[in-house]
Design a protein around this ligand. Structure first.
Ligand code: SF4
Length: 351
C-alpha cells in the first residue's frame, strides 16, 4: 500500500501561564515526538485512556492545531522525505532545506495554501450536537466547506449537497431542517456529509460513535466502511472503545501520555499485545462469556501528569517489569517482526 501521510517527530505542547505577569510556567506535553505512517485506503485506529493525546494528535495532523515541532508529510514522495531528513542532519541551515519544508511540509503551511489544503483532510467530531450550528439549516451546514473553498457555485452547490446527503443515508427532504430535529445518529450523518462534501482523501474520525447507542453505533460503523470503499477514503479512527476500533481498523496504535507505545495490525495487537500498558488496556475488554475470565495484567497507580512526565519510559512508575534502564532512557519504537512496533525494553531486549 502507498504511504499517504508520514509524521516525523511531531510535538504539540500547550502552555500553562501563571504568576502575576501571566508568564509561561509549564507545558502540557499532549503529543510528544510521535512518528507514524498512514497508508492510502487504510483505517488507522488510535486507542488509549482519556487525556493520552489521541485527539490532539488527530487535530494536529490536519492542522486544526499548530504543531510545536515535527513534520507532517502528505502525499510526499519518499525520496523528498529522505532528502529533508538528510539536510536536517547535515545542513540544517541550508536554503534547500527551507525550500523543501515550505513546499512539502504541512506543518509549515500558512494562509491561502493552508486553506486550500483543508479540502483534502477533514474531521468528524464526537458530539454532533455541539459541532453543528443549531441556527443553520442542514443545506447550509453541509454546503459550508464547499462554498468557503470556492469549489462550487449556484445550483451546483445544492446538487452536491443532495448527492452527499444521499451518500450518508439522508435525503433531499432533510435539506430545510435544523439539527435539533434529528436523532443523534442522523446528526452524525449530517456531520459526515459535511466532511465528505469537498471530496477529501483523509478523515479524522474523533470518537464518532461514542455519543450514540449500540444499534446506531453499528449503523454508523457500516456507513464509514461503505464510504471508505466507495470514495477511497483513508481514516484515522480515534476512540477509547477498543471493540469499536477492532471492528473498523486495519492497524492500531496505542498511545500513553503523548507517545505511541505500540503499533501493529489490528489482529496481531488484539491477539497478542506486547507492551505492559497495552496488555493492561486490552485485558479490560469484557469477554462475552460468563464462564470465562480474562487474565488481568497488573497496573499500578494513576496516570502521571503530562505537565511533568516521568523520565525514561513514561510508563515506568506503573510497570511491574520496570528495570533501571527504564527510569533513565526512553525506549525507542522497535519493529519486533511483521511491522509490529513496541517501545519497551522488556520486550525488545528479549527479541
Ligand atoms: Fe515497563 Fe520498562 Fe517496558 Fe517501560 S520500558 S513498559 S517500564 S519494562
Amino acid at each position: 500500500m502507498e504511504n499517504l501521510i508520514a509524521i516525523e517527530n511531531l510535538k504539540k505542547y500547550f502552555p500553562i501561564y501563571g504568576g502575576v505577569l501571566k508568564r509561561k510556567v509549564a507545558e502540557v506535553k499532549a503529543v510528544d515526538d510521535v512518528h507514524l505512517n498512514i497508508m492510502r485506503g487504510e483505517c488507522f485506529g488510535v486507542v488509549g485512556e482519556s487525556g493520552c493525546g489521541k485527539t490532539t494528535l488527530g487535530k494536529t495532523i490536519i492542522r486544526l492545531l499548530n504543531p510545536n515541532a515535527g513534520h507532517i508529510f502528505y502525499r510526499v514522495p519518499k525520496e523528498i522525505v529522505e532528502a529533508i531528513k538528510y539536510l536536517e542532519r547535515n545542513d540544517p541551515k541550508s536554503k534547500a532545506l527551507k525550500y523543501l519544508l515550505k513546499e512539502y511540509d504541512i506543518a509549515y503551511l500558512t494562509g491561502r495554501r493552508l486553506k486550500k489544503f483543508r479540502r483534502y483532510m477533514q474531521i468528524v467530531f464526537q458530539d454532533p450536537s455541539t459541532s453543528l450550528d443549531p441556527r443553520m439549516l442542514v443545506k447550509d451546514i453541509v454546503a459550508e466547506p464547499l462554498v468557503s473553498q470556492g469549489l462550487a457555485k449556484g445550483a451546483n452547490v445544492g446538487k452536491r449537497v443532495v448527492e452527499v446527503l444521499e451518500l450518508v443515508g439522508l435525503s433531499r427532504s432533510h435539506l430545510y431542517r435544523y439539527p435539533h430535529e434529528f436523532s443523534g445518529g442522523q446528526r452524525q450523518r449530517i456531520a459526515v456529509a459535511r466532511a465528505i462534501i469537498t471530496n477529501p482523501e483523509f478523515i479524522v474520525l474523533d470518537e464518532p460513535t461514542s455519543s450514540v447507542d449500540v444499534s446506531v453505533r453499528a449503523q454508523l460503523l457500516n456507513l464509514f466502511k461503505e464510504l471508505q470503499k466507495k470514495l477511497g477514503l483513508t481514516y484515522m479512527f480515534i476512540s477509547h472503545d477498543l471493540s469499536v476500533v477492532e471492528c473498523i481498523s486495519d492497524r492500531v496504535a496505542v498511545m500513553y501520555l503523548g507517545k505511541i507505545v505500540e503499533l501493529a495490525e489490528t489482529y496481531d495487537l488484539y491477539k497478542n499485545p506486547l507492551h505492559p500498558y497495552a496488555k493492561a488496556l486490552f485485558a479490560s475488554i469484557p469477554v462475552p462469556d460468563p464462564t470465562r475470565r480474562r487474565e488481568k495484567a497488573p497496573l499500578y497507580g494513576e496516570v502521571p501528569s503530562p505537565v511533568n512526565p516521568p523520565a525514561g519510559c513514561r510508563f515506568h512508575p506503573r510497570c511491574a517489569l520496570a528495570m533501571d534502564i527504564c527510569k533513565r532512557d526512553e525506549p525507542p519504537l522497535v519493529d519486533v517482526g511483521g511491522g509490529h512496533l513496541v517501545a519497551c525494553y522488556a520486550v525488545t531486549e528479549k527479541e
